[in-house]
Design a protein around this ligand. Structure first.
Ligand SMILES: Cc1cc2nc3c(=O)[nH]c(=O)nc-3n(C[C@H](O)[C@H](O)[C@H](O)COP(=O)(O)OP(=O)(O)OC[C@H]3O[C@@H](n4cnc5c(N)ncnc54)[C@H](O)[C@@H]3O)c2cc1C
Ligand code: SF4
Length: 454
């Protein structure tokens, strides 16, 4: 019988190196050639293909699948990468089940959709791995553009600008480029350092200078960039995380999920990462699923995701929720965190209030409670832009709900400044939409620069 407070159980080495390697192997292994041909043959090559319409970057999906069938892999990759230069990463991380594959006409009760994501990976892998450059730069325009950030939005913008002949300086706060592709995406979705291989491919076009460790608001201001460059693109993502807004939620054992995932992604030896025996994750999006599954795979015994609404309102897709469950994660709905339970200075659990929708559809507490023990509580309830650290950008730009207002071309309220990715209002918060934002902004910047004369 337990007397006194339960002892915290957080330690490294819960699993052997071999077990960790197996747990973090490729989530969807690549197709062999014969498998790719069988899969490509399932495509009906629809006219006005719904899969293409559903792709945020508008890739001609039947077009690239047709080229796989005729063994024209370079042509297939070109069809993908000219719309989405991160087509390699997107083939690994896109929630295809709610994008192209959801609307595939083969997706019926009896049949599975064409596995578009895996075919896209098949077409792009060798091109990226061998650094086969498919794009050339236009003649130099004499114009220069500053691109702030180093993630999908910034790199996509930089690549398109370089293609269009402009000189690009990428100014990135982190030590490495690729943003959340390098520091955030679940480790089993992108193995073998793929994020950096893709960056090498993108920079391979030439005309892009990458400066890591250069932070807007600390090392330079938006005004500095507007003085020095002909145009500016902002793609700095969201560096801050939303707080739980409970009393004393900054105690030991309450951990930012995104920060922990970054540590995990940068770790050379995951057996050394400290892991709790009982984990509670608060949130309902992709980050909540990713931290829960990865905790389980690091050896946590009990992992529970607690979400304050029902499964249909979760940001994570049904497939991701199923994936978490089959990985041994328990998902509990209609629970709002109410109070942390403490063992001295450390968290030892969370008291939740059961929630329900009232007659007006508003979420209400029910006055009933339950408790979950936890050695670690992960906060995964969304991110925000750290405007306090952005210097003059916070005052100069128009901002709604903490994110930058842009028009359809991703132009901000300033005549020479564009923005894209997670930091803009209305963002889908997906890699693929960040890539599309960067591309659209670059095309508009090019139009703007063409009109500004020498
Ligand atoms: C844990 C997690 C898992 C995810 N999993 C998926 C997934 O499986 N599939 C999917 O489609 N999407 C996923 N997403 C979302 C996706 O990663 C983002 O939507 C995408 O990375 C946004 O790209 P971005 O370029 O806007 O920002 P980021 O990728 O966040 O890149 C921002 C870059 O800006 C730099 N920066 C920040 N502040 C400054 C500054 N002041 N000055 C200069 N540079 C700065 C950063 O160093 C970074 O390089 C996930 C997100 C998270 C948090
Ligand atoms: S909807 Fe499906 S079958 Fe039709 S073109 Fe797209 S992948 Fe092929």
């Amino acid at each position: 019988m337990q007397t006194g407070p339960r002892q915290t159980d957080i330690r490294s080495g819960r699993l052997s190196k071999a077990e960790i390697e197996a747990n973090f192997s490729d989530m969807h292994p690549p197709l062999e050639r014969s498998e790719a041909l069988v899969e490509a043959d399932r495509c009906y090559f629809c006219f006005d293909a719904p899969c293409t319409t559903a792709c945020p970057t508008g890739i001609d999906i039947p077009g690239f699948i047709q080229k796989i069938r005729s063994n024209n892999i370079k042509g297939s990759a070109l069809t993908i990468l000219r719309e989405n230069i991160m087509g390699g990463m997107c083939s690994r991380v896109c929630p295809t089940e709610v994008l192209c594959e959801e609307v595939c006409v083969r997706n019926t009760l009896e049949e599975q959709p064409v596995r578009i994501g895996l075919l896209q990976r098949y077409a792009t892998d060798s091109i990226i791995q061998n650094n086969t450059q498919l794009f050339q730069r236009r003649e130099a325009s004499g114009k220069s553009v500053a691109v702030v950030g180093g993630g999908p939005a910034a790199l996509s913008c930089a690549h398109r600008l370089a293609m269009l002949g402009h000189k690009v300086s990428v100014l990135n706060a982190a030590e490495k480029p690729a943003g959340l592709n390098e520091y955030g995406i679940a480790a089993y979705k992108t193995i073998d350092n793929f994020a950096q291989l893709e960056v090498d491919y993108i920079l391979g076009i030439g005309g892009i200078e990458l400066h890591n460790g250069k932070t807007l608001g600390t090392d330079y201001s938006l005004a500095d960039l507007r003085d020095e460059y002909d145009a500016v693109f902002l793609g700095f993502g969201m560096g801050g995380i939303n707080e739980l807004r409970m009393e004393n939620d900054r105690v030991d054992g309450v951990v930012d999920a995104v920060e922990y995932i970054a540590q995990l992604r940068q770790s050379d030896n995951m057996t050394e990462l400290p892991v709790g025996r009982r984990i509670v994750v608060i949130g309902g999006g992709m980050t909540a699923i990713d931290i829960a599954v990865q905790s389980k795979r690091l050896g946590a015994e009990e992992v529970t995701i607690a979400y304050r609404r029902g499964h249909e309102q979760m940001g994570a897709s049904q497939m991701e929720q199923d994936y978490a469950r089959t990985s041994g994660v328990v998902i509990r709905h209609w629970l709002a965190p109410d109070r942390l339970q403490m063992n001295g200075q450390r968290v030892s659990g969370v008291r939740f209030e059961y929630t329900a929708l009232d007659d007006n559809g508003k979420l209400q507490g029910s006055g009933e409670y339950c408790e979950l023990d936890a050695d670690i509580v992960f906060k995964a309830i969304g991110q925000n832009v750290l405007w306090d650290a952005m210097g003059d950008a916070a005052e100069t730009l128009e901002i709604t709900g903490g994110r930058i207002d842009v028009d359809d071309h991703r132009k901000t309220s300033l005549a020479d400044v564009w923005a894209g990715g997670d930091c803009i209002s209305g963002s889908e918060d997906l890699t693929v939409s960040a890539v599309q934002d960067g591309k659209l902004a670059a095309i508009d910047i090019d139009r703007f620069l063409a009109g500004t004369g020498e």
